[in-house]
Write a protein that binds this ligand. Structure first.
Ligand code: NAP
Length: 284
């Protein structure tokens, strides 16, 4: 068996078309959706991410602001900037790029973002909304993974889903979204003695670890849906995920490639959240 590829680029493109159409409708009513992206310091990977986010907004007709601040910026000054953006009516989504310099507490910054502008979905109000099944912003990466799983047509109700990784931004919200979709969910982490005990029986495996070849072909059930969140470099310096892709695709039913799987969907779901923040502002 060779797995079917789940095409994150194609799905993200169709989502961007829908976002652009809805953004144009709002703009025609005098409310152009706006995203502010704040970058502190000069981490090269973060600089690339924020450029992508701004470019995506422009392409979809959203207003965007990119604020760049030196690594020496104080926490108090960053909090003041967040508060100013919270109060700015032209901005519907506020995103502070992580990681922050060590002298700034990321939790304090995330909690300072107004929950109705927290388009990353990291604020406790939004994390709590997910936990309790209430509407709120969903973290973009797991939200995108759910859309990727949907495209397979595999109904999650009653299926066994395994999430490897338990970060606040990917693994934990992923597990909650799968649970909300009525899957039976197992969460694995660095303390799990043998991942394959769990993954061998899984209908869906989401891997979000940050280590190459975490999931190998002998660890999965034939026909399983494999979602690879990881972003690593192989020995040749090429981007790769957490899954031993070539071997696992011989056993899986569906699989996301890296690049071209989860990455573009994370970007697309940020646009969706920003648009929805603006739509909610329009209806208030
Ligand atoms: P993270 O905060 O470092 O969390 C990694 C998780 O993996 C932790 O929960 C850790 O367990 C677990 N882990 C580490 N080694 C393990 C092992 N040997 N077996 C099982 N679990 C293990 O990372 P993250 O932010 O969630 O990101 C994970 C990966 O996804 C990274 O490669 C990141 O670059 C990528 N990512 C991609 C996108 C995208 O859009 N494509 C978005 C976000 C992240 P403990 O909790 O026990 O330490």
């Amino acid at each position: 068996m060779t797995a079917q590829l789940i095409d994150g680029n194609a799905l993200a493109a169709s989502i961007r078309v829908d976002v652009a159409a809805r953004a144009a409708q709002l703009t025609a009513r005098g409310l152009r959706p706006g995203l502010a992206v704040v970058l502190v310091g000069d981490d090269p990977a973060s600089a690339v991410y924020v450029r992508h986010k701004v470019k995506d907004c422009e392409a979809a007709g959203l207003h965007s602001v990119l604020e760049r601040h030196p690594a020496s910026m104080s926490e108090a000054d960053l909090l003041a900037r967040v508060q100013a953006l919270n109060a700015d009516a032209s901005i519907h989504g506020v995103l502070v790029q992580m990681p922050l310099p060590r002298h700034i507490d990321p939790h304090r910054i995330i909690e300072a973002i107004a929950p109705h502008k927290d388009v990353d979905g990291f604020h406790v109000a939004n994390a709590g909304a997910l936990m309790t099944g209430q509407p709120g912003f969903r973290a973009c990466t797991p939200y995108g993974c759910m859309r990727l799983i949907e495209t397979t047509g595999v109904a999650l109700r009653g299926r066994h889903a395994v999430v490897i990784g338990r970060s606040n931004t990917v693994g934990k919200p992923m597990a909650l979204m799968l649970l909300q979709a009525n899957a039976t969910v197992t969460v694995c982490h660095s303390g799990t003695p043998d991942l394959s005990v769990h993954t061998r029986g899984a209908d869906v495996v989401v891997v979000a670890v940050g280590r190459r070849d975490t999931l190998r072909a002998d660890m999965i059930k034939p026909g399983a849906v494999i979602i690879d969140v990881g972003m690593n470099r192989n020995d040749a310096g090429k981007l790769c995920g957490d899954v031993d892709f070539e071997a696992v695709r011989q056993v899986a039913g569906w699989i996301t490639p890296v690049p071209g799987g989860v990455g573009p969907m994370t970007r697309a779901m940020l646009l969706v959240n920003t648009l929805e923040a603006a739509e909610r502002a329009a209806s208030r």
